[in-house]
Write a protein of this length. Structure first.
Lengths: 452, 435, 397
């Protein structure tokens, strides 16, 4: 398969999208951004390549199996489990390194068996995480392993009377190394292992052979990456040569327009900034505005509020939906947000009602930015991390209707987080079509064997 | 308010120097030497502002000018402004207000060491020309508290509707005759010789002709000048202590000849990295530059092949390309018209019309607004201008935000992001237009 | 919260003032226009415009103080960078929302670069509306600044006549000046009462009473004020011991009412302020004598007796003298500087004024606000600490 790669290096997550030559999305990947941008980009691309191979696998399966989708899903979960197991082994090795680095022999002697036991339990519980249809809060190894480690460490520290913080401290050190070091992994090998587990369960010899050869074909099919384009918040240090970098604004506009062909306006509220973008009928940006140095109205502001209330970021929106009235909150200044919140609570206002007011004040800022960029004429696409917040979306809907009338379509896509990477990939496709020479990124492509 | 560059330290200059630039450097060095000797030689020192400066009058009375705005921008370029601003804020100045003022106050509190490293002489007179910027008034009220010296105010009415009425002119001339000149004469200890004033105005006229020819050269492709980053060097002499001097006449002749030569050779302007490469974007810029990262800011443009063909900032100390010249025949009236015509003394509709004219006249691909936090005179209303200009010209506008001399407000990544997005947008639109 | 118990004789008139304050749709102005066919309603930004001139031309001067703390500002925000104060945003929001459609024109006096440029924005966004910049002279010589200023007044008057206003006769102008003086005298009586017995008239109430003048003709405003004055004399109020303070810096964008009340609740009696400075801008009467040209009288009043505020150049006198004089006259014990965020004139002035107070040993503190500030906890604590400190300082001295 021949494809182009778009990578969006964001402040919190890094995304990759692969398009085939017809411009169809064939794979997507996401990982948490980390201090090492090269690794983040490489991992996102690897994730996307894995997705491509599963696309290929599904096509293979469809050629003979009735319930191809179900097989694919089973194989996918099994594959993720195998990958997770490999990573757990890496984590354990890193924990061992961290243990060796401890200064006091006594400490080591108590922590070592405890850590071993923790890992034992993590291995034991691993399959529960990868059941088809089971909800997972995150797909990132750091989050999955972190939750498992903590839960096991709580039990073990109690049972063995070992300090819990010490154990968790080991994890924190170790996981950093697992994350920031690129490892060679063989997709075919992982998939073959996954397939063995899946196929053990009730397939005949004939059937199994067909499956095995489909898996082998999907794993071995050549994937040729024709172009790479990078974008994102961390653009300044993107591991791409200058010619292969496109502005995130251009990419966001293009990506959103690709998904919603009728959109002429895009509002992107991310962790670090807010952007209002106007595009033409081809998805080319015609004007844009960004928030300035002041962080009011960005995702970060909600982060402060969540911290202040001791809540998870994702809990804010649903809570705010329960408001009975909207408290007027005037300070969108992050510096004063906490103070205003406490004062309101002190006055006896309901938390939900204050939260509703906070959401409203953020969206008012976004509305100003939209107006500054030229307003909304027909269809508005809402993207970025904050678009997953149901209260933010509801308030935006209301405000847009107030300002621009009933006729405005508001799009908020669950996958809007990929818009930037999608736009980048589309620009990559332009390069291919225009016959421009391929520009390779500077991160280590050869560390990966999945793209063999 | 804001101002042009008088370059001092070598690191601030383009890699290769033109002869005119060497000449300008000499002129400035001489001026600061004269200032250093002023007290010993009994010369009187006048502090004043760039927009609406009465340099010929100061010179005709044999006094020397110090321009605090230029000291402030120099402090910014020499990376001293952050410390000076902190000093002023420690002394009770708000974070919200103009950083030129705070930088100047901080410099004063830190010993008043000027751009050349020598202490600046204290003022014998603060000549407060209130032109286009309210903060000027506060600035000299603050300096008066420090220096306890006389202040003389020249109130220049605002050109709301883009025309100079006889009443405005008369108001200024009356102030000059009855208030400003007598106050200056008293400090100078001599009477004003009107013939000397006229002689100087004649010299101004000549230099102004050459400067306009330099601005006009940007109509060529490639433009032989950068009318913003390069432009701040070009306006150095005429915006400051040299208008109405033989030095300035010589400088502008030299500059014009160099520019003509670049036109002949079809060369672009000088950039911080040497002669410019291919001209990919022709831009018009509104708003002052940032001084603390001046070269970085310039490189963000020059490395993308973006040349500024005209800017409004280089018109704050006098708008000559619309025909105004100082006139030896009507000395006070022409000083009045000069003050009235400085860029920030023009109403927003007039400013917008000027930008529109620049965009068309210099065939710009885009226009960019650098909105500085310090200067409300420039900034308040720029977003309306942006919208209106896009509507009138169809040329897309870009918007970036920074500050004059407060490095806390120069977010390099953010500015670079916006600028590159803007240029890529121009490119993408161009690609689509030709497709 | 005007203590609207039945027992308070001032409650009714204060409630009327509050209703005007809260009415962002200017229905009072609409009613005035219905009652005065052909009359023009002319909006004016702070600080000072010569209101008698407008009244003499059959116009209603309407003071515009932004959008207060209840208005959502979206479009207005879209035209201003974050480092610009709030009043131009909310004023523009009102205009774009149609609330200012009732006005036939707008005056933008020379307070600062932002308000001046807001006039330019008006020119561009609403080219069909009457818009004038009022260039108040900074030269106070009658022959120079005075001549220019009367020229400005005539220019503005001519513009209004072009929009259908009545050309002002000298007699009508004199009559309007008399009405303004008369209103001004009642305002002074209220100020005196507030200084004498701050518990009888709270600053927040005096504020509302003055603010009502934003949309009332001088004569009607005067009637309201007299009504209030009479009611206050009947009001039962107990004396208490608060710290007497002067508030400075709030002359343009207005603090929310909640902020004024917070200062009061924190133990500060505001015995002098510059909240509604336009109404107090001329110290003493404008000359109303028939021997003097009324245009010149308006000009002289501005030149000779305009109050020392941040947007006026103080040529000869020492900076801060006027403030110290106010502190003395009001027998105040301290000064609170309350400036709108990003207000250049107030914030640039403040260090000089503080230095002047320090030289006299007058205590002071400072705070910033926006017209829509929603939290006063910090201010309450700060003002409380200040009033405690002043009391201690006073007893120690």
């Amino acid at each position: 398969m021949r494809c182009v790669v778009g990578i969006d290096l964001g402040s919190t997550t890094t995304k990759a999208v692969l398009l085939d030559e017809q411009g169809r999305v064939v794979g997507r990947g996401i990982t948490n951004s980390r201090s090492n941008y090269e690794v983040a980009c490489a991992v996102a691309r690897e994730e996307a390549l894995i997705a491509v191979r599963f696309t290929l696998l599904q096509r293979e399966l469809e050629s003979f199996a009735d319930d191809a989708q179900s097989w694919r899903d089973q194989l996918h979960e099994a594959f993720r489990l195998e990958l997770y197991r490999d990573q757990l082994a890496e984590l354990e090795a890193e924990v061992a390194v961290a243990l060796r680095a401890l200064t006091y022999v006594g400490q080591k002697a108590t922590l070592e068996p405890a850590a071993r036991e923790v890992h034992e339990r993590m291995r034991l519980h691993a399959p529960e995480l990868f059941v088809v249809g089971a909800p997972r809060k995150s797909d990132f190894f750091r989050d999955l392993a972190g939750a498992a480690f903590i839960s096991a460490a709580e039990e073990v520290s109690r049972e063995q009377n070992v300090p819990y913080e010490r154990l968790v401290g080991l994890f924190d050190r170790a996981v950093l190394n697992v994350e920031t070091e690129l490892r060679r992994r063989d997709f075919g090998d992982l998939l073959a292992r996954a397939a063995r587990h899946v196929l053990e369960r009730g397939t005949s010899g004939e059937e199994r052979k067909r499956f095995e050869s489909a898996v082998a074909r999907a794993a071995r099919a050549p994937i040729q990456e024709l172009a790479f384009v990078g974008t994102g918040y961390g653009r300044q240090t993107l591991p791409f040569p200058k010619e292969a970098v496109r502005s995130e604004i251009l990419c966001h506009g293009r990506g959103a327009h690709r998904v919603f062909g009728g959109t002429r306006t895009v509002l992107d509220i991310g962790g670090q900034d807010t952007k209002a973008i106007q595009v033409d009928g081809h998805g080319v940006v015609t004007s844009f505005q960004m928030n300035d140095r002041c962080a009011a109205g960005c995702g970060r502001y909600l982060g402060y509020i969540a911290d202040e209330l001791n809540l998870g970021l994702h809990e804010l929106g649903p809570l705010a939906l329960g408001a009975k009235r909207v408290v007027k909150v005037n300070s969108t200044c992050t510096v004063f947000a906490g103070a205003e919140l406490r004062e309101r609570l002190g006055l006896g206002e309901r938390r939900e009602d204050i939260l509703a007011g906070l959401h409203r004040s953020i969206m008012l800022r976004a509305m100003s930015l939209l107006a500054r960029s030229g307003g909304v004429s027909n269809e508005l696409t809402f993207t970025g991390g904050v678009c997953k917040n149901p209260m933010a979306t509801r308030v935006l809907r209301e405000l847009v209707t107030d300002s621009y009338g009933e006729g405005i379509t508001l799009n908020a896509h669950p996958d809007s987080i990929y818009m930037g990477a999608l736009g980048a990939a589309l620009y990559g496709l332009d390069d291919v079509v225009a016959g421009r020479p391929q520009v390779l990124p500077t991160f280590a492509l050869d560390a990966l064997t999945t793209g063999a | 308010m804001s101002n042009p560059a008088m370059t001092q330290s070598a690191q601030l200059e383009p890699a290769e120097k033109d002869q005119s630039q060497i000449e300008q450097k000499r002129m400035i060095a001489d001026h600061f030497e004269r200032l250093a000797r002023a007290k010993a030689e009994g010369k009187k020192v006048v502090y004043t502002f760039v927009p609406g400066n009465l340099t010929e009058l100061i010179g005709a009375l044999d006094m020397l000018a110090v321009l605090p705005e230029i000291n402030a921008l120099q402090s910014g370029m020499r990376k001293k402004s952050a410390g000076y601003i902190a000093e002023a804020e420690k002394a009770g100045h708000s974070e919200d207000v103009c950083t030129y003022v705070k930088c100047d106050i901080g410099m004063l509190k830190s010993g008043n060491i000027g751009p050349t490293g020598t202490k600046l002489p204290e003022p014998d007179l603060l000549l407060l020309s209130y032109t286009g910027c309210f903060t000027f008034m506060k600035w000299f009220e603050l300096l008066r508290e420090e220096y306890k010296c006389p202040v003389v105010m020249l109130h220049v009415p605002y050109q709301t509707d883009g025309e100079i009425t006889p009443e405005m002119r008369e108001y200024i001339v009356r102030q000059l005759k009855d208030v400003v000149i007598p106050a200056m004469e008293q400090v100078a200890g001599k009477k004003l010789d009107m013939r000397e004033l006229s002689r100087r105005l004649q010299l101004s006229h000549r230099a102004e002709d050459d400067l306009v020819a330099v601005w006009e050269s940007a109509r060529h492709r490639p433009s032989p000048i950068d009318g913003y980053f390069g432009g701040v060097y070009y306006v150095g002499p005429i915006f400051s202590a040299f208008r109405g001097t033989e030095d300035a006449v010589r400088y502008y002749q030299m500059l014009r000849a160099e520019v003509d030569e670049r036109v002949r050779r079809k060369e672009g302007p000088m950039t911080p990295d040497g002669p410019a490469g291919e001209e990919r974007f022709r831009l018009v810029v509104e708003g002052p530059p940032n001084w603390t990262s001046f070269l970085d800011f310039w490189r963000m443009f020059s490395r993308e092949g973006a040349t500024v063909v005209a800017s409004t900032y280089t018109r704050v100390g006098g708008l000559y390309d619309k025909g105004f010249r100082h006139s030896p025949d009507e000395p006070l009236e022409s000083l009045a018209d000069y003050c009235l015509g400085c860029y920030t003394n023009l109403g927003l509709p007039t400013r917008t019309a000027l930008l529109e004219d620049y965009i068309r006249r210099y065939e710009a691909d885009g226009f960019l607004i650098n909105s500085v936090k310090s200067c409300n005179s420039f900034s308040a209303g720029q977003l309306v201008m942006l919208r209106e200009l896009e509507k009138r010209t169809g040329v897309p506008g870009g918007f970036i935000e920074s500050d004059l001399v407060d490095p806390r407000y120069f977010g390099k990544a953010n500015i670079e992001n916006r600028l590159q997005s803007y240029l890529q947008m121009l490119e993408a639109r161009r690609g689509r237009a030709s497709a | 919260m005007t203590d609207s118990t039945a027992s308070d004789p001032a409650a009714e008139v204060l409630a009327r003032c509050l209703a005007l304050y809260e009415d962002m749709s200017f229905s009072r102005v609409r009613r005035w226009k219905e009652a005065h066919p052909g009359g023009l309603a002319i909006g004016a930004l702070p600080i000072y415009v010569p209101r008698p001139l407008l009244e003499a031309m059959g116009c209603l001067p309407v003071s515009i103080f932004g959008g207060g703390d209840q208005l959502d500002v979206i479009r207005g925000d879209s035209y201003f960078q974050s480092y610009i104060c709030r009043i131009p945003r909310s004023t523009l929001e009102l205009a774009m929302g149609g609330q200012l459609d009732v006005l036939d024109g707008m005056l933008f006096p020379s307070i600062c670069d932002v308000i001046r440029n807001l006039g330019g924005i008006w020119n561009m966004l609403f080219p069909e509306r009457f818009t004038a910049y009022v260039d108040l002279p900074q030269n106070f010589d009658r022959d120079i600044g005075g001549r220019f200023y009367t020229g400005e007044l005539r220019r503005i008057a001519a513009g209004l006549v072009g929009r259908g206003a009545k050309p002002p006769s000298d007699e009508e102008l004199r009559a309007a000046i008399r009405r303004e003086n008369s209103r001004r005298r009642v305002l002074s009586e209220l100020s005196a009462l507030r200084r004498r017995e701050p518990w009888r008239l709270r600053a927040s109430e005096a504020y509302l009473a003055a603010r009502a003048g934003s949309v009332l003709e001088a004569q009607e405003h005067e009637a309201w004020l007299r009504e209030l004055l009479a009611a206050l004399e009947r009001r039962e109020a107990r004396a208490y011991d608060n710290v007497r303070v002067v508030v400075r810096g709030a002359f343009c964008e207005q603090p929310p009412l909640g902020l004024i009340r917070t200062l009061e609740a924190a133990g500060c009696d505001i015995v002098d302020d510059d909240f509604q400075l336009g109404l107090h801008f001329i110290e003493g009467d404008i000359e109303e004598d028939s021997s003097i040209d009324p245009w010149t009288a308006l000009s002289n009043a501005y030149l000779d007796r305009g109050v020392a505020t941040s947007s006026r150049y103080i040529g000869e006198a020492t900076k801060g003298d006027a403030l110290i004089e106010s502190v003395r006259a009001a027998a105040a014990e301290g000064v609170i500087f309350a400036a709108a965020s990003f207000c250049d004139p107030a914030l640039l002035d403040q260090p000089m004024l503080e230095a002047a107070l320090d030289r006299q040993g007058i205590p002071h503190t400072s705070l910033k606000y926006a017209e829509n500030s929603g939290q006063f906890q910090v201010i309450r604590e700060q003002a409380g600490a200040f009033s405690d400190a002043v009391k201690l300082w006073g007893s120690a001295a």
